[in-house]
Design a protein around this ligand. Structure first.
Ligand code: PLP
Ligand code: TYF
Length: 398
């Protein structure tokens, strides 16, 4: 019956994690999958989230269904976090927001909506981008194209190439961009460059799709939402997907959001209705527990402050590890320019290492990067950063 079913080779990132698990070398270092690890190599349970869990537990509310669009308090918190409390779009009721099954679920529900209501629009993603972007839109039968983003020669953004391509796109094309901490390159546009992009989006009547999975890991929770707010304030019609997997360390609770900023309150109401219908057809309603945790933290002044501090601690540790790796690498290989390590932001650095160099690091030194050369900074700690730098320097000398 199922002989004809295609073999699934697995997700390259998750397969590599499995391989790491089977590696028996005691000094092995995992710098592959995008998870935030603390200084002790553990995935943290945030104190603010622990306190919220206690509050939720003590209330002992029934485990009832959430509505299709999710928990109201959670949806409001998502809106304030992304658009700011004083957002004109929110005040005018022009934003339709649903709770989603992680950031991935938001992307898929958005993709289904786009396929139905903008059937002629293709999606343009950065080259490179998170691999799953391609898969999620293709699954919804949407055409996916890429715009230039990473310049391997300069290890920087090819902004000219990006703008040139955006300037050729037909009206109503969807342009997927990451507001901060770009996965996989760690390279973000600066404000001046974003302003230029906003100009092109307006001029050509393009639809920005902002996917923000690392809010707070770049410059700060508010700061990292800058372009979301700039685009909303510029009056653009746009889609925003967000994930709390990383900044709440709530990976498995599947907490995300999907927001459409619409030209009018009437359109926002129509869009919300169809997003609910889309959810109903796929999974009916989102999970309850994680949404209560996030809503509890974000609506309680003390817990919110505690969360801000905990996100700041994660962000600062990432920055410290970037500096330490750069300093040690420069000490071991003075001719290597390691400045990219401190110029890139968020969880990831694109090292420019070739697949052969990544293989050599893994086979000779038990250091695991993604074959694209992506290095996940939070896998570093004070115990391993020196030996990683040394191995990187040796690999570059080979
Ligand atoms: N978007 C980007 C850029 C990501 O890196 C990720 C996950 O790491 C997601 C979306 C999906 O997030 P989630 O794990 O919440 O589905
Ligand atoms: O890019 C990453 O490493 C994260 C984690 O199927 C991830 O996005 C990787 C693969 C996957 C889900 C999450």
């Amino acid at each position: 019956m199922f002989e004809h079913v295609d073999h699934y080779p697995g997700d390259p990132i998750l397969s590599l994690l499995e391989k790491f698990g089977h590696d028996t070398r005691p000094n092995k270092v995992n710098l592959s999958i995008g998870l935030y690890y603390d200084e002790n190599g553990k995935i943290p349970v945030l104190k603010s989230v622990q306190a919220a869990a206690k509050i939720v537990q003590e209330k002992a509310e029934p485990h009832t269904y959430l509505p299709m669009e999710g928990l109201a308090a959670y949806r409001e918190a998502v809106q304030h976090l992304l658009f700011g409390r004083d957002s004109a779009a929110l005040r005018d009721n022009r934003v339709a927001t649903i709770q989603s099954v992680g950031g991935s679920g938001a992307l898929r529900v958005a993709a289904d909506f786009i396929k139905t209501y903008l059937p002629d629009s293709a999606v343009w993603i950065s080259d490179p981008s998170w691999d799953n972007h391609h898969a999620l839109f293709t699954a919804a039968r949407i055409q996916v194209h890429t715009y230039p983003y990473y310049d391997a020669v300069t290890n920087n953004i090819n902004f000219g190439g990006m703008l040139e391509t955006l300037n050729t796109l037909p009206a109503k094309s969807i342009v997927l961009m990451q507001p901060c901490c770009h996965n996989p390159t760690g390279l973000d546009l600066n404000h001046a460059q974003w302003k230029e992009v906003i100009g092109v989006l307006q001029q050509r009547n393009l639809i920005p799709f902002l996917d923000i999975a690392y809010q707070g890991f770049g410059d700060g929770i508010e700061e990292d939402a800058w372009v979301v707010r700039a685009m909303a304030d510029a009056g653009l019609t746009m889609v925003v997907t967000n994930s709390f997997s990383k900044n709440f360390s709530l990976y498995g609770e599947r907490c995300g959001g999907l927001s459409f900023v619409c030209p009018s309150a009437k359109e926002a109401a129509l869009v919300l209705g169809q997003l609910k219908a889309g959810v109903r057809r796929i999974y009916s309603s989102p999970p309850l527990f994680g949404s209560k945790l996030v809503a509890t933290v974000l609506h309680d002044a003390d817990l919110r402050q505690q969360w801000d501090r905990e996100v700041a601690a994660m962000r600062d540790r990432i920055k410290t590890m970037r500096e330490k790796l750069r300093n040690s690498l420069t000490a071991h290989a003075p001719s290597v320019d390691g400045s990219y390590l401190v110029n890139q932001r968020g969880m990831f650095s694109y090292t420019g290492f070739t697949a052969a160099e990544v293989d050599s690091l893994r086979e000779d030194s038990a250091i695991y990067l993604i074959r694209s050369g992506r290095l996940c900074i939070p896998g570093l700690n004070n115990q391993n950063v020196e030996s990683v730098a040394q191995a990187m320097a040796e690999t570059l000398k080979k």
